[in-house]
Design a protein around this ligand. Sequence first.
Ligand code: FEO
Ligand code: CA
Ligand code: CA
Ligand code: CA
Length: 730
Amino acid sequence: MSKNNFTPLPDGRDPDDVGNNHSANPSMQDILAVSMSRRGLLRSSAGAAVFGSMGLTGCLGLGGSSGSSAPAAASETLLGFKPVAKSIADAFTVPEGYTASVIFAKGDPMFAGVAAFKNDGTDTGYDKRSGDHHDGMQYFGLNAAGKADQTGASRGLLGINHEYIDEVTLHANGQTAGSNRLASEVDIEIDCHGVAIVEVAKGSNGRFATVPTSSFNRRVTAHTTIELSGPARGSSLLVTKFSTDGTRTRGTVNNCGTGKTPWGTLLTGEENWAGYFKRGNDAAARSAKEGVALTRYGRGVNKASRYGWETAGTDERYARWDITATGASAAADFRNEINGQGYLTEINPYNPNSVVKKRTATGRFAHEGAAFSLLKTGKPLAIYMGDDSQFEYIYKYVSDAVWDPADANPADPIATGDKYLDKGKLYAAKFNADGTGTWLELSLANPLVAGYATYAFADQADVLVNARVAADAAGATKMDRPEWSSTHPTTGDIYFTLTNNSSRVASGSDASKVVDAANPRSYTDVKGGSSTQKGNVNGHIIRIAELGDANATTFKWDIYLFGSEAGAIASINLSGLADSNDFSSPDGLQFAESTGICWIQTDDGAYNDVTNDQMLAALPGRVGDGGKVSVNNGGVLVDTQMGKKPTTDTLKRFLVGPKGCEITGVAETPDGKVMFVNVQHPGDGIAVSELGDPSKYVSQWPSNAGYGAGKRPRSATVMITKNDGGRIGT
Ligand code: FEO
Ligand code: CA
Ligand code: CA
Ligand code: CA
């Protein structure tokens, strides 16, 4: 890899994922000694909730609208398809009876007059093309007249995150070397980031294509002007040379997971943004508090930036990526520019001219998914969110406003966002060993936050901008990299993928890294017959059930699923996975509105000697449908609670992607008959020296599937349909 100023880890992970949480939150090992009196608690909700063929008509869809589910055909069986085998082929493979086709790949034109994509590294103007590294995605329906309609299944808008870039294939010969980056190359890289809103419409053949000239199409990039909204708007922490009153910033970067609001807007999660900023040695110009906060978010002194954008010139488009304090005050430089990233950012997909807002009330961290609680009229809304880095936390935001169904189809969706997303409470999760949990309030009303010796919070804006520090203070549980979240459409249980954690240990002097009930595994796995990998190698999926409404402060939890190789010993393969459903590193997660199927996607570096990344279909039960298990980590026993084990009928592999990719982002039309899935960074790892010889590419997808010019691999959106016209996953 030849990333400018950026050294990926040996397994290709982003250094931001590795973690900067050095707080001494208590280990749950202490708590494990507490006797477990959990009987009765977990049995109260027993009973698997496997969906029948008509299980979700009437729809409790996450989009908040009602009644778009088509009644299932009498013969329909959820997960009736034949599972796809593990594969390391350079192909996108779906079950028999299904068809997959690429519809929107990196560089594709999104506006009239944009030149066709040549795919040779000479293309420019990505603010009018698809960005790179497609990630989280949501579908927003349109009716025939082109108006917002959450039941619209023939025409709609895809909101697609463009997380980061393949800087080798993006340029003719990779990034040009030198101490200063070329502005022409940096412009491309900045524009390849952000979000795309692109119209898709069904043709007479029943299949969707993008509408490259649609007036809905929009690109939000790493340089688009964005409003700051919520309690931190106007805070001194957000004052920059660009916005001396702290109300605006520019750009959204490293957008990973998404959420879809009940009023039909996109929430895009800003994940590994910290590494985009350079920080020199400005310790003398910074307060002690600033030093604590910057270090906690991975920007101690003397940190190089990921892509070196700040070296391309003095124009603010480049200069703002250097947060070294050099001016007389925050209003004279970009020292606070980093505080403008790390939010859930709301985009109204239906109006390309609408303001984009960063919702500071939901906290600043490495955002992944944003799962809403089931809607209840007159009750608050909750949003469940993961912070993806080793030993980071799970968060919940609860709105002050209570749900009014009239808000499902608002005239001004961003104003509705103001109502629900700008005023509320933020919490972090503490998982107790007995299967219960507590939501810890992150505010000065919490004595642990107000009295934190490490960092004296000034106000709620300070708490929200530095939510990780507040969660440290409150004593939240350090998790194995919380990725996406999704809400079961009938039980309301909230599922979180915990993708993996190579630093989780079975025992050791640093108690905060030791296995606990919610993160109970640490083991050694062999890869490729020789190299070994340690920790929670394969990840797991945890789920919670609130003990009350969305604003409850206690919950119960269990572990739905443990990732594992099918052939692993029983103390690792705790969920009893088989060849047809084994997986590693769960990441993307989405319950389908129509069928209620839980789609699980992988972003794995541990099991890819055996299979490329994949997507599975699952029919989970509910929290408490299993029982207590004792996890044996080489003699270190950890008690936890695990859901009912899946069978080969309730968990099946649905697709496998091409070489070097991650499978991420899944959205469906409201009738469940068309699915969109993203393939990110196929062929990851091509060297500059290999660019002239396609036979050396790790992958040639999607050109080898007949899509587009050139042979350089491209991130892309794939459309999947069932040949008999049925719903996806049946
Ligand atoms: Fe966004 Fe952590 O994968
Ligand atoms: Ca990702
Ligand atoms: Ca292995
Ligand atoms: Ca990931």
